[in-house]
Design a protein around this ligand. Structure first.
Ligand code: NDP
Length: 481
């Protein structure tokens, strides 16, 4: 039976957009010399003008962070820092709807996801790290671990507010101050977060937000006043940042790309696995570093899984991200859409077979239908490169050993999924897979208490949990260089 849906749009009236935004430095918004526009990827409507921070702005922000670090934040007792973090967490909850609508407008992700995943998890990260602020002496890093100083943080556009929370909450809990650069295409929730810092009376300079493009990020990570760099984004830029930091003595953590295997064995409950496959690759339009973008399915059930998967994909609703019925929103930018198209075309030309869900695409904005490629070989680009879009590559295997070999045959190592009812097989596979997180009979589960990070070209260092604190404390950690 097919249900017809009436439109159920979330009102955008809760968001008050300013015409233009300055940089958040030393606790206030300050203007810069040049500006760029941020648009809604679903409609191409201009949302606001945002300041492009130059090297002198980055300099000011780092100086403000240094001042706040030395005079206020590093000398404040942990229990006092914790109170600010609790306050920020509560304001995020109070302003959750506003943050969710703004995130959806600027990023293009469905409101269902920004409302139910991004914003609650961002609040959870602040609550979790607020709890750590006065207990760092019990975290296993010695009786009185010290902060690192001023942290430069550069984040991507796929989870703008959530990545901000992953970065800022542990840094502040450990006594560091930060200068954060959001991605060029999604700066608005970071700027709303700056207002939240003001509302929470956070001391000026503890959090500074500099908007801009890659050049701003480059100026930030290269700045001599930065003690630690934390980056999430592409492997290519991550490598460049590693080179920049290599001889500077700066501490560094990198969370980079992925090409995760989602491995389905023949004893898996097929309907449940299909939900996990859909969630693994179509959540957030596949703009997820740990997306299950390679489906490895046991040959004996491949036909059954694929026909169920296509049936399920045909029910996905693509369109207005503010509609509460929408499953798949807009691609974040024209550049990203071009990249997805280019890689998908390489799948066609290298001989794989493309099938896309039969959903109409809106006339304006950036869209790509949920797509699956079969007949994929390990040599195909779509099996090796991160597409970062709603595109699934399907490969088959016969034995568990073959599954491990194929799953690990990637330069990345961020995540993996396993679907089977045998606990022993799950544990065996988890011990063999070179992936920072292995989900069993589920996918894309996140919790602030659980460390997240990669192997190989997916980066190093962990975010979240006790392990994540290590990256922001002056202790010799496995992830830092
Ligand atoms: P980038 O890695 O270029 O961007 C991540 C962040 O780094 C952004 O804030 C970006 O600014 C900034 N940046 C860019 N160049 C530099 C630099 N030289 N020094 C310091 N900071 C810099 O990712 P893109 O947005 O360009 O996406 C490209 C590809 O990367 C995607 O197609 C996807 O495959 C992958 N990606 C992976 C992510 C992940 O989490 N694994 C996240 C995002 C992208 P600006 O936004 O202005 O470019």
């Amino acid at each position: 039976m097919r249900f017809e849906y009436s439109p159920a749009p979330e009102s955008r009236s809760i968001v008050t957009l300013r015409e233009s935004y300055g940089l958040f430095i030393g606790g206030e918004f300050v203007s810069g010399s040049t500006a760029f526009k941020t648009i809604s990827p679903a409609t191409e409507e201009v949302l606001a003008e945002v300041t492009q921070a130059g090297p002198e702005d980055v300099d000011r922000a780092v100086a403000a962070a240094r001042h706040a670090y030395e005079r206020v934040w590093s000398v404040l007792p942990g229990r006092e820092r914790g109170k600010y973090l609790f306050r920020i967490a509560r304001v995020i909850q109070e302003r959750a709807r506003e943050l969710a609508v703004l995130e959806t407008l600027d990023n293009g992700k469905p409101i269902r996801e920004s409302r139910d995943v991004d914003v609650p998890l961002a609040a959870a990260h602040f609550f979790y790290h607020a709890g750590w602020a006065d207990k760092l002496g019990y975290a296993g890093f010695g009786p009185s671990p010290k902060p690192l100083g001023v942290v430069g943080q550069v984040i991507p556009w796929n989870f703008p507010l959530l990545m901000l929370a992953w970065k800022i909450a542990p840094a502040l809990a450990c006594g560091n101050t930060v200068v954060l650069k959001p991605a060029e295409t999604t700066p608005l929730t970071a700027l709303l977060f700056a207002q939240i810092c003001q509302q929470a009376d956070l001391p000026p300079g503890v959090v500074n937000i500099v908007t801009g493009d890659g050049a701003t990020g480059q100026a930030l990570v290269a700045h001599p006043g930065i003690d630690k760099v934390a980056f999430t984004g592409s492997t290519e830029v991550g490598k460049e940042i590693a080179r920049t930091c290599a001889v500077s003595g700066k501490r560094l953590t990198l969370e980079l790309g992925g090409k995760a295997a989602n491995v389905v064995f023949d004893d898996a409950p097929v309907d449940q696995a299909v939900e996990g496959i859909v969630n693994g690759i179509f959540f957030n339009q596949g703009h997820v570093c740990c997306a299950g973008s390679r489906l490895l399915v046991q040959e004996s059930i491949a036909d059954e899984v694929l026909s169920s998967l296509k049936r399920r994909m045909a029910t996905l609703r693509l369109g207005d991200p503010l509609d509460k019925n929408t499953d798949v929103g807009a691609i974040n930018s024209r550049a990203q859409l071009d990249k997805i198209n280019e890689l998908a075309s390489s799948g066609d030309s290298e001989g794989a077979e493309r099938w896309s869900a039969p959903c109409p695409l809106p006339d304006r904005g950036f869209w790509f239908p949920p797509t699956v490629f079969t007949g994929v070989s390990q040599a195909h680009r779509i099996a090796r490169e991160e597409i970062f879009g709603p595109v699934l590559s399907v490969l088959t295997f016969r034995t568990p050993a073959e599954a491990v070999e194929k799953a690990n045959n990637t330069p990345y190592g961020l995540s993996a999924g396993v679907w089977t009812e045998k606990g022993s097989l799950i544990l065996w596979l988890a011990s063999k897979l070179r992936a920072g997180v292995v989900w069993a009979n589920t996918f894309n589960r996140f919790d602030p208490a659980s460390p997240f990070g990669g192997y190989k070209e997916s980066g190093f260092g962990r975010e979240g949990g006790r392990h994540g604190l290590e990256a922001y404390l002056d202790v010799l950690g496995g992830g830092d260089v």
